[in-house]
Each structure stands twice: as structure tokens, then as C-alpha cells.
Design a protein around this ligand. Structure first.
Ligand code: HEM
Ligand code: NAG
Ligand code: NAG
Length: 466
């Protein structure tokens, strides 16, 4: 969904005026996938917007099968709704499909952030990011994440109405900065937080150089972020502290000829990781609070599992450990099921770098290719009664390539361990010490830009008297 909003502004104009290639001319004998392209240029964009995007994809899949073509947001595209097709694009033939983002988005995050790249540079950065977010690295963060969870929960208690999603964003941002900087001085943290939120607000707005607009403000705030980060980086370089956070591994990284990463490249990647970490995790956490609220039996089961740990820790007098988080089997399945049902990253985008053939169909060079994660996660063949929230279905592992909430292949999510860990920790403190009520009984979905419960799930929280 994020990508839909993200594409509308930039690519529409780009393809309209510059790329007047005729996508219907087909040099080879192979045929294009089935599907309709709609009107030239406008394509099927209006159909996509006049209905829920997911029912657009669903009805296409029903009509044409697991691979079909369409033309949205100025781009001829091939959509892939099957597990093997997704694997083909993301894993086995990943070198034939490059990441693709509008320039206006690249500019806000920073063009050197790893997810815009492929090949050597991507591999180098990916190793650094992956190592600092691997289980061995994040397990040392458990006590600090616990303290962050307790403090954010404490700030909600007392029964005032809070916007769950906005509050979860504070938590996921703090956890993100913890993984990146370790314990960052609080003045830097505040400056980063405020400026970053301006960047975040401008991300899905229309890109323009007109002063006063959200995008313009975001570009300015991004510049200030670069300055703050460069100050933090030079302080860190002087001190040569031996910490194990992402910032240090970026600073200390040496290329084949011993070359260091420039401050700009470091800053782009730090902002990239923050960007990838915050809204995603916060959306999933918000859904989990809704699912747990709506199903009291499930909530009791999660609470029972966590109370055993809580009591073993002398009612929280000893802090939660990494090993304990690994023992939360019921809670873990709730997270898996939330990732599946909510499928907050409904699909991703790549671009074919050459003419590619898949199962007798041609994917022409330059076309966008979209693996549809949500369609796969909601296919009754793989997940019976797919819209029913039922964590027990994860007692059996899903079939290969049918469950990809964190993507797959070279660009799959390096933050998945941290995301799961911070969710386990927050849920542990929530269910053992708090109860909550939702302000709106009717369900509804909003895009912020990831799907979240309506209005960010306004709720009231109370500390529970045991
Ligand atoms: C529940 C929360 C999260 C979900 C559902 C999620 C999902 C994803 C997905 C699907 C991708 C692949 C996108 C693609 O192939 O186009 C991805 C990439 C990425 N994620 Fe996450 N993510 C989450 C949390 C995080 C966190 C907490 C971090 C970092 C602390 C993070 C860092 C990244 C980075 C850096 C990439 C780009 C990797 C690359 O291009 O090599 N994510 N994420
Ligand atoms: C943004 O960063 C600058 C420093 O570059 C700082 O002075 C300012 O307080 C920060 N916050 C906002 C909201 O601009
Ligand atoms: C936890 O600590 C508090 C205060 O230090 C104490 O009153 C309480 O008895 C302790 N709980 C347990 C189960 O040890």
C-alpha cells in the first residue's frame, strides 16, 4: 500500500512525458501474461483507486490466475500472486529484478540507503546491517527494550484516550534508535525525533519545491537530520568507543581497498533503517492490540503464558530475559498470525532489468514486477478460512514460500528478529499489568500508509490491580 501512494505522484508524470515506449510491441515470440492494460497511460489506476486495492488484486487473481499484467500509476506492470512466482523474482532470479523507488522518496531517505541498491554495494551494507540486527546482537538489548516498553505503557495508564498507533510509533522509534546508536544522549535523541517526524510526514505527500508544503518541509528537515547525524558521527569517530551498535559497524567498515563509508552514506543508511523500522512495527503492534481485545479467550491464553514468566520473575522485580522471550509460544503465534492477517506490507515492487521469461510468459525489460504478499497470505489453499484470526494454524509450519511477512531473498527484512523481540516484550508487559478498552467498536481499516485499524485504534489503558 505504501508503494501505491508512493508511486502515484512521481511515476505518473515521468512515464507520461518521457517514457513513451510502446509497451504493447513485443519483439520475442513469448506472450505477455493475461490481463487488461486499461487506457493508455492512465491504465487501470482509476479502477485500483475506486475500490479497496486488495479487492482489485483479488478480482484480478480470480479472473487471470497467479500472474497477470496491468498498467497502474503510469507503469506497465506484472503482478505475481503465487508463491513460486514470488520466489522467482525475489530469490532465484533476484539479479534480474532491481529495487525501484521514485526519486522523490529516495531523496527524503537518502540515495545511499541499502534498499535502493543491488550488487556489491548492497551486499557490503547488508552485511553490516544484518550483523548488528542478528539474534546475537539484539539479545543484549532485552533489558533496555523492556525499560522502554514499561515507560511507554506507564505513560498511557490512567484512562485517558490514546491513539494506539501514534504511541506505538514512539516505542518503535525508540527501539530503532537503541539498535542504531545504543544509548544516545537525550538532546540528540529529541532533535532526531522531531526532525525525523517531519520527514516522515512529508514522505507520502506530493513532491514539490513550493515552500510551505509538507514535502518541502520534509526536505528541509532531512537536511537538518544529516547535520545532526554528522555531528554524532564525528563525536563517535573521536571517541573510538567499542560499542556494538549499527553506527559503530558503519563507521568502522572498510571496503576492499580499506576505504571508509562517507558520513552521507552512513546517514542515509541510518535514516533508512529508522524508516524501515518504525511504521511497520507500530502497525503490527496496533493490530495485535485489536486482535487481543476482540478475542477474550485468546487474550486469556496469552496472559496466562506471560503470568507464569512474570511470577517467575518475582512480579517483575527481576527483568525479563532473552531466553524467556523465546519461550512465549502462544504469544509468538499471535505475532505470526497478525503478520499474516494484517499483511501490512501487502506487496513490493521490483523492475525487470532484462526481458525475462517466466512459465512461458514474457516480462519485458523495464516493467514493474509486484509480488503480492497479501494475496499469498490470504489464499485459502494455503491458509484455510484466511480472514479468521487463528494463531493455532501456526502449530504447523506454512508451506514453503507461502508466508513472507518479512519478504524473501537478498532484500528480505534484516530487522525481523528485532521486530519480533520488541513486540514480545511490549505484549508481555501489557498483558501482565494492564487492561485496555477500545473507543470504537466498529472495525475499519485506514492507510497510514500501512494498513492500521481505523483512527489509529483509540483506546484507554489502566494499570491492573492484581
Ligand atoms: C513487523 C515489522 C516489520 C515488517 C513487517 C518488515 C517487513 C519488511 C519487508 C517485507 C522487507 C522487504 C521489502 C522488499 O523486498 O521490497 C523489509 C526490508 C527491510 N527491513 Fe523490515 N520489516 C519490519 C521491521 C523492521 C525493523 C524493526 C527494521 C530495523 C531495525 C527493519 C529493517 C529493514 C531493512 C533495512 C530492509 C531493507 C533490506 C534490504 O533491502 O536489503 N525492518 N522489511
Ligand atoms: C531539528 O534539528 C535542528 C538542528 O539541526 C535543531 O536545532 C532543531 O531543534 C530540531 N528540531 C526541529 C523540530 O526542527
Ligand atoms: C518485589 O519488590 C517489591 C518492592 O521492592 C516488594 O514489595 C515485593 O514483595 C517484591 N515481590 C516479590 C514477589 O518478590
Amino acid at each position: 500500500m505504501i508503494y501505491i501512494i508512493l508511486f502515484i505522484s512521481t511515476f505518473l508524470s515521468y512515464h507520461f512525458f518521457i517514457k513513451r515506449q510502446t509497451w504493447w510491441s513485443n519483439p520475442s515470440k513469448t506472450k505477455l501474461p493475461p490481463g487488461s492494460m486499461g487506457w493508455p497511460y492512465i491504465g487501470e489506476t482509476l479502477q485500483l483507486y475506486s475500490q479497496n486495492p486488495n479487492s482489485f488484486f483479488d478480482s484480478k487473481q480470480k479472473r487471470y490466475g497467479e500472474i497477470f499484467k496491468t498498467h497502474i500509476l503510469g507503469c506497465p506492470s506484472v503482478m505475481l500472486a503465487g508463491p513460486e512466482a514470488a520466489r522467482f523474482v525475489l530469490v532465484s532470479q533476484a539479479h534480474l529484478f532491481k529495487p525501484t523507488y521514485p526519486k522523490s522518496k529516495e531523496r527524503l531517505i537518502g540515495p545511499s540507503a541499502l534498499f535502493f541498491h543491488q550488487g556489491e554495494y548492497h551486499t557490503r551494507l547488508r552485511k553490516l546491517v544484518q550483523a548488528s540486527l542478528a539474534p546475537d546482537a539484539v539479545r543484549s538489548l532485552v533489558p533496555d527494550i523492556g525499560a522502554l516498553a514499561e515507560s511507554v505503557l506507564d505513560s498511557w495508564a490512567g484512562g485517558r484516550v490514546v491513539n494506539t498507533y501514534q504511541e506505538m510509533k514512539k516505542f518503535s522509534f525508540d527501539v530503532g534508535t537503541l539498535a542504531i546508536f545504543g544509548r544516545l544522549e537525550s538532546c540528540y535523541k529529541e532533535e532526531l525525533k522531531k526532525n525525523y517526524s517531519i520527514v516522515n510526514e512529508g514522505y507520502n505527500s506530493f513532491p514539490t519545491k513550493i515552500p510551505g508544503t509538507l514535502y518541502y518541509k520534509a526536505v528541509k528537515a532531512r537536511k537538518r537530520l544529516g547535520e545532526i547525524l554528522s555531528e554524532i558521527i564525528s563525536k563517535r569517530r573521536e571517541k573510538r568507543m567499542e560499542t556494538n551498535d549499527l553506527l559503530d559497524s558503519l563507521i568502522n567498515s572498510k571496503g576492499d581497498q580499506g576505504e571508509l563509508l562517507s558520513d552521507d552514506r552512513i546517514a542515509d543508511n541510518i535514516i533508512g533503517v529508522l524508516f524501515a523500522a518504525q511504521d511497520t512495527t507500530a502497525s503490527v503492534l496496533t493490530w495485535i492490540l485489536k486482535y487481543l481485545h476482540d478475542d477474550s479467550k485468546l487474550r486469556d491464553a496469552v496472559r496466562a503464558e506471560n503470568m507464569v514468566i512474570y511470577e517467575a520473575n518475582k512480579e517483575g522485580n527481576r527483568s525479563l530475559t532473552w531466553v524467556q522471550t523465546k519461550s512465549m509460544q502462544v504469544t509468538y503465534k499471535v505475532i505470526m498470525e497478525a503478520l499474516r492477517v494484517a499483511s501490512i506490507i501487502s506487496f513490493t515492487f521490483r523492475e525487470a532489468v532484462a526481458d525475462v521469461e517466466y512459465k512461458g510468459y514474457l516480462i519485458p525489460k523495464g516493467w514493474k514486477v509486484m509480488p503480492l504478499f497479501r494475496n499469498i497470505h490470504h489464499n485459502p489453499e494455503f491458509f484455510p478460512d484466511p480472514l479468521n484470526f487463528d494463531p493455532s494454524r501456526f502449530e504447523v509450519s506454512p508451506k514453503p514460500n507461502t508466508f513472507m511477512p518479512f519478504g524473501s531473498g537478498v532484500h528480505s527484512c534484516p530487522g525481523n528478529e528485532l521486530a519480533k523481540l520488541e513486540i514480545l516484550i511490549l505484549v508481555h508487559h501489557l498483558v501482565t499489568k494492564y487492561r485496555w478498552e477500545l473507543m470504537e467498536s466498529q472495525s475499519g481499516i485506514e492507510y497510514g500508509p500501512f494498513p492500521i485499524p481505523k483512527s489509529g485504534l483509540p483506546a484507554r489503558f489502566w494499570k491492573q490491580t492484581l
